[in-house]
Design a protein around this ligand. Structure first.
Ligand SMILES: [Zn+2]
Length: 157
């Protein structure tokens, strides 16, 4: 008699699973989101061992696992480290409508960058190393989208 484990072909079913979940922002994340929502301020944390300022803030340094110092006040503008322009309008991925892109932004005072939306720019206006500033949403609720997007700082070379 054949061993069923060797003779059986395992069938595969395609499907889609929707998994609603609740995710805790934690102590550092909550302070960060509250500062964005209530005061339009960006906070970072500093690793006292590596002297790296993290934005978004981390409770522990991912390099050396030392608990980070809280909090470092960061500017609402910084350097565009890298970016792309979305060439195709696809509503679920373009909540702003119109011309938009994605960029990694290193805020002034931070050593690390983070990904966010870019808008209010003309063709050719985005440059690597260029200056961008945050535009906050009028209604803020404690999420990364309390910053609607970043735009180029006008009049800065
Ligand atoms: Zn460290």
């Amino acid at each position: 008699m054949d061993d069923w484990r060797e003779s059986q072909e395992i069938l595969v079913m395609d499907g889609r699973i929707k998994v609603p979940y609740t995710w805790s922002a934690g102590e550092v994340g909550t302070s960060y989101l509250e500062a964005l929502r209530d005061e339009k301020r960006f906070l970072g944390t500093r690793c006292p061992n590596c002297d790296i300022v993290y934005h978004v803030p981390r409770m522990h340094c991912p390099d050396c696992f030392t608990e980070c110092e809280r909090y470092v006040e960061l500017a609402g503008q910084g350097e565009l480290v890298t970016w792309t322009v979305a060439r195709r309008h696809y509503p679920p991925l373009s909540p702003l409508g119109g011309r938009f892109g994605y960029g990694v932004i290193k805020l002034d005072g931070a050593d690390t960058g983070f990904l966010h939306l870019l808008a209010e720019f003309e063709e050719g206006e985005l440059v690597t190393g260029g200056r961008v500033e945050a535009v906050f949403a009028d209604e803020r609720e404690g999420s990364m989208l309390d910053v609607k997007y970043f735009r180029p700082v006008k009049g800065v070379e």
